[in-house]
Design a protein around this ligand. Structure first.
Ligand SMILES: NC(=O)c1ccc[n+]([C@@H]2O[C@H](COP(=O)([O-])OP(=O)(O)OC[C@H]3O[C@@H](n4cnc5c(N)ncnc54)[C@H](OP(=O)(O)O)[C@@H]3O)[C@@H](O)[C@H]2O)c1
Length: 312
């Protein structure tokens, strides 16, 4: 980039759980990095974002051609495993085909793509996982994200995939995250009239706070802006292993409710899920990129700011 030119980031999927945190992080860093950030959303587009449906490939091409970004962060996806399992064509259309269109257009524009992927590309049998370990997804969601990774990196090896585990962060509804979605059952179980709540104690997760991931993404964008582009596969993860049962106990403690929880020691999900996909974050750590907010502090802050928790 020549002096005086502005670094432009297209943030695709800025209305989602992760996209909002990234948008906030880039906006709050605006005084030190005068970047232009163009956000997109689909059903939740607002005055601050461009409405863009990734299934409309012509619209995607037109948007990118008009914005001419230096970097494209793709946080839009179909990330609900049960929906992907029941409709693999939809999962493919968003997680593979749309990413392919973005990748092709980006290559033509010389834009760097940073696309978000998942720990579900692994089968969860031999953690921790390095970026180059052999993927073996157990479900359609993981397969579609793996196919998307491969399509992107085949299109332009300069681009980057950032794999993440279970996310939680500022939310607009309990079900936005598999962490906060436990809360209504936890609160209900504390009522003497209700039965205990059963919580998965089989699978180990590493809940990762979206504002921390946003710091990681900002760091990766800064690397690209200064010509030290990170290419290939990178991974980021929280470092506190927990089952959903453990998470539920911590949420109950944060809410100060006397929850009645039962540890479910065998998987009950209709869609197969991996047992432990701990992602090694060493590549980004070695670059000095990253931040980890302790889970109890992060979840405490989120729940304290949630006025209707006692009405659940
Ligand atoms: N959530 C997790 O626990 C988790 C874990 C690991 C990896 N990831 C990955 O992290 C990324 C972000 O996930 P998230 O949890 O933030 O997802 P999310 O909350 O479900 O948000 C999805 C985003 O995609 C947009 N979108 C959906 N369909 C679209 C379409 N047809 N055209 C354009 N935009 C569309 C949504 O826009 P509207 O809402 O405006 O329609 C929204 O901005 C995904 O790649 C996901 O696979 C998530």
């Amino acid at each position: 980039m020549s002096a005086g030119e502005r670094f432009t980031v297209a943030l695709i999927g800025a209305s989602g759980l992760l996209g909002r945190a990234v948008a906030n992080e880039l906006a709050s860093a605006a005084s030190t990095q005068p970047w232009r950030v163009v956000r997109t959303a689909r059903s939740r587009a607002d005055a601050a974002s461009v409405k863009l449906d990734l299934l409309d490939h012509d619209a995607v091409r037109a948007f990118l051609g008009e914005v001419a970004p230096d970097a494209i962060v793709v946080a839009a996806a179909e990330r609900r495993p049960d929906i992907c399992e029941n409709d693999p064509a939809l999962a493919r259309a968003l997680n593979v085909d749309a990413l392919n269109v973005i990748a092709t257009e980006a290559r033509a524009l010389g834009a760097w793509v940073l696309s978000i992927s998942t720990d579900y590309v692994f089968d969860g049998t031999s953690p921790p996982y390095l970026p180059d370990d052999a993927p073996a997804p157990l479900n359609a969601y993981g397969q579609s994200k793996l196919d998307g990774e491969r399509a992107l990196l085949a299109s332009d090896p300069r681009s980057c995939v950032l794999r993440l585990p279970l996310l939680y962060g500022p939310f607009t509804g309990w079900n936005e995250s598999a962490v906060t979605s436990l809360t209504p059952a936890i609160v209900k179980s504390a009522d003497a009239a209700n039965p205990p709540a059963s919580m998965d104690a089989w699978a180990t997760r590493y809940p990762t706070f979206t504002p921390d991931v946003a710091v990681v993404i900002r760091g990766m964008l800064e690397q690209h802006a200064k010509g030290a582009t990170i290419s290939g596969i990178a991974q980021w993860s929280g470092d506190e292993p927990m089952t959903k049962f453990d998470i539920a106990e911590r949420i109950a403690r944060a809410l100060n409710v006397d929850a009645k929880l039962i540890a479910q020691r065998t998987p009950t999900d209709a869609t197969p899920r991996p047992r432990d996909c701990h992602l090694d974050s060493g590549r980004l750590e070695a670059l000095g990129i990253g931040r980890r907010t302790p889970f109890d502090i992060a979840i405490g802050g989120l729940l304290a700011n949630c006025p209707d928790v006692s009405s659940q």
